[in-house]
Ligand binder design. Structure first.
Ligand code: GLN
Length: 484
């Protein structure tokens, strides 16, 4: 792919501070790159060129007269199409929201806006964040920047592809069962899923509310730390957001070391059927490099892994079926304008039948079924019990280690259309979904590539609220890994 034309976030901050670049220059180079490569990659659903350049001019004026909003003033960022940015489309890559424009800012967007970030546009995703490849987008296909015949991963595939393809300096994604970490690993960028409650979900279109978290996709670990410091923290508009003070993620990296850190390798994770040898090799190699740096590698056990996919696909679909009820063509969504519907019920039916794609419908049906009377105890309640056991698995493992190392996905980016059945797609989530069920934090950091040059990610996990430890481990690894 060659060297990327854009600076990292950290480099952009320094260049703006030193007057080596302007917001206009940064935005023009991003827009120029989008013009050159996005017809091939398809990362963006929408780019507001004029607005971006007007915002850049305003940021440059503020810097010139000393009234800049902070070190990030004038830096452009890409946003997954399920977070509300005032005045921009918000479609969740669904036909049902095709013409919806957000009247307000999500909390994360408000925070970024107050720092002077410029919202470049909307990135593609699996419809309502349901999927792992972006093939479920109702609007557009996105290709992996490393190989156009392959998927970028999902559901935040547009954000990962934009960063990997040099079409964004940084991006935001959301992770309900792996949707930041998986595309980060497929595209060769860093992606962080914060602890549940760390980042406000206000203004994020809900998929599964007890699992959803917003997080950054960036080129470096340091850039993700900078982003987390801005977007984390208590928000009175999201009752699940945590009161614990956030911040300090970037500043803790200067003292980063893994000396004496215990890195756990879960036995069951390496016994997964279909684990690609090149993925195993890269992850084991990363562990050896960390060991050479003073970390202690220990084997741990997460025996509930085998129930994770079943529990996740019950809980996530149950929550989705409730959350998506509002898209009925009246409160939100496509309305049949031809007057074909004969009754209100028929109108709902028509709107939802036309507006939702197959995977979304499948999940609404599954979720409604597992919540229905008679099946609730057998499925939903049971899955909640399994969820508690999964959380306990991690609690126990973290008495024996400080961070966990694992693959992100059993395979590197696959060919479009290759995982042809929904079940095959669900099974590929084996390494990521337990993390959301347990509510802990995790990330993907590039750790190598296949012979043909497809990126491979290393997943690192830490207990809830231990983002600093997680980022320190990842930054140390990134430094000793060398260039890929
Ligand atoms: N692949 C998982 C799913 O389809 C996770 C998606 C996500 O994290 N949003 O549900």
């Amino acid at each position: 792919m060659g060297a990327l034309p854009l600076p990292t976030l950290d480099q952009a901050v320094s260049a703006l501070r030193d007057g080596a670049t302007s917001s206009r220059e940064l935005c023009e180079s991003v827009l120029g790159r989008i013009d050159t490569v996005d017809s091939r990659i398809g990362a963006y659903l929408y780019v507001d060129r004029e607005e971006v350049l007007a915002d850049a001019a305003a940021a440059d004026r503020r810097r010139a007269d000393g009234s800049q909003l902070g070190p990030f003033d004038g830096i452009p960022i890409a946003v997954k199409d399920n977070m509300a940015v005032r005045g921009q489309p918000l479609t969740c890559a669904s036909r049902i929201l095709k013409d919806f424009v957000s009247p307000y800012d999500a909390t994360v967007i408000e925070r970024l806006r107050s720092q002077g970030f410029i919202f470049l546009g909307r990135t593609n995703m699996d419809e309502f964040a349901m999927g792992s490849s972006n093939e479920n987008s109702g609007l557009q296909a996105t290709s992996n920047p490393h190989d156009s015949s392959r998927v970028p991963g999902g559901s935040s595939g547009g954000s990962a592809a934009a960063v990997a393809g040099g079409e964004a300096i940084v991006a935001l994604g959301s992770d309900t069962g792996g949707s930041i970490r998986l595309p980060a690993s497929f595209c060769g960028v860093v992606g962080v899923k914060p602890t549940y409650g760390r980042v406000s979900r206000y203004g994020l279109v809900a998929f599964a509310s007890s699992l959803d978290q917003i997080g950054p996709l960036t080129r470096t670990v340091r850039d993700s730390a900078l982003m987390l410091d801005i977007i984390s923290g208590r928000d009175p508009r999201d009752s699940t957001s945590l009161p614990e003070p956030a911040g300090g993620c970037a500043s803790c990296l200067s003292a980063a070391s893994v000396n004496g850190m215990r890195c756990g390798m879960p036995r069951e994770y390496f016994e997964v059927e279909g684990l690609d040898p090149s993925v195993r090799e890269c992850v084991e190699n990363a562990a050896r490099q960390l060991e050479a740096e003073g970390a202690e590698i220990v084997e741990v056990s997460l025996p509930m892994l085998k129930y994770a996919i079943a529990a996740y696909y019950i809980i996530a679909t149950a929550e989705a079926s409730a959350n998506l009820a509002r898209f009925d063509g009246v409160r939100y969504g496509l309305r049949d304008s031809e007057g074909e519907a004969e009754s209100l019920l028929a109108q709902y039916r028509l709107s939802r039948a036309r507006g939702f794609g197959d995977e979304v419908k499948r999940r609404i049906i599954l979720g409604t079924y597992v919540l229905s009377s008679g099946y609730y105890d057998a499925y939903y309640l049971r899955a909640q019990k399994v969820r508690t056991l999964i959380r306990k698995d991690f609690e126990h493992a973290f008495t024996e280690c400080d961070v966990i190392l694992s693959p992100v996905s059993p395979e590197p980016a696959y060919k479009k259309g290759e995982l042809a059945t929904p079940l095959r797609m669900y099974l590929a989530d084996i390494y990521t979904i337990s993390v959301n069920l347990a509510g802990i934090c995790g990330l993907s950091v590039p750790c190598g590539a296949t012979e043909s040059g497809l990126p491979i990610g290393l997943q690192m996990l830490a207990p809830a609220l231990h983002e600093k430890r997680l980022l320190q481990a990842a930054a140390t690894y990134e430094a000793i890994r060398g260039d890929l």
